[in-house]
Design a protein around this ligand. Structure first.
Ligand code: GDP
Length: 177
């Protein structure tokens, strides 16, 4: 592009994981294009999107991979995780099952991802206050137990979206640089 986006010091792959419907695609589109789509997606085929952030004076290009719906079919292959230095492991704060399933996603990450990958647990959809089913403290406690970081986000109203990626990239910076 002509935007200067091609200049960067580091390029890091980050994967989004979590149950179908937790908001992975919309977190990605909010962060990389400032877009939100209220309808369910048809993102089969979209593999990743990028955005550059300044981290400790360096330009870091986050290359963020979405499962493109494969999680519905338990068909996520090791190619998806290959080379990832970070992961956002997402649940929907209005869906206890998506929180209960985090263990499955963390097991999968431990099996396929680099052992040094930085992991952040993300509770999404904080705008749906009246439907909250998982308290922030539950998410935070789970993350602390595993020494992962934790944030709550809303892809809809953009709360903490840039902050979540920024915090993860700072963690990755400490490991990779
Ligand atoms: P994915 O299957 O994990 O990629 O989830 P999607 O990004 O496709 O989102 C699933 C549904 O939840 C869609 O209808 C989105 O519009 C909606 N959604 C995603 N993020 C949010 C959010 O932060 N707040 C609300 N209210 N809805 C969201």
């Amino acid at each position: 592009s002509a935007s200067g986006e091609e200049q960067y010091d580091f390029i890091w792959k980050i994967v989004l994981v979590g149950d179908s419907g937790v908001g992975k695609t919309n977190l990605l589109s909010r962060f990389t294009r400032n877009e939100f789509n209220i309808e369910s997606k048809s993102t089969i085929g979209v593999e990743f999107a990028t955005r550059n952030l300044q981290i400790k004076g360096k330009t870091v290009r986050a290359q963020i991979w979405d499962t493109a719906g494969q999680e519905r079919y338990r068909a996520i292959t090791s190619v998806y995780y290959r080379g990832a230095v970070g992961a956002l492991v997402m649940y929907d704060i209005t869906k206890t099952m998506s929180f209960a399933n985090l263990g499955k996603w963390l097991d999968e990450l431990r099996e396929h991802a680099d052992p040094h990958a930085c992991i952040m647990i993300v509770g999404n959809k904080t705008d749906l206050k009246h439907l909250r089913a998982v308290e922030a403290e539950e998410g935070r406690a789970l993350a602390e137990r595993h020494k992962y970081s934790f944030m709550e986000t809303s892809a809809l109203d953009a709360t903490n979206v840039v902050e979540a990626f920024n915090n993860l990239l700072v963690d990755i910076f400490k490991i990779q640089v």
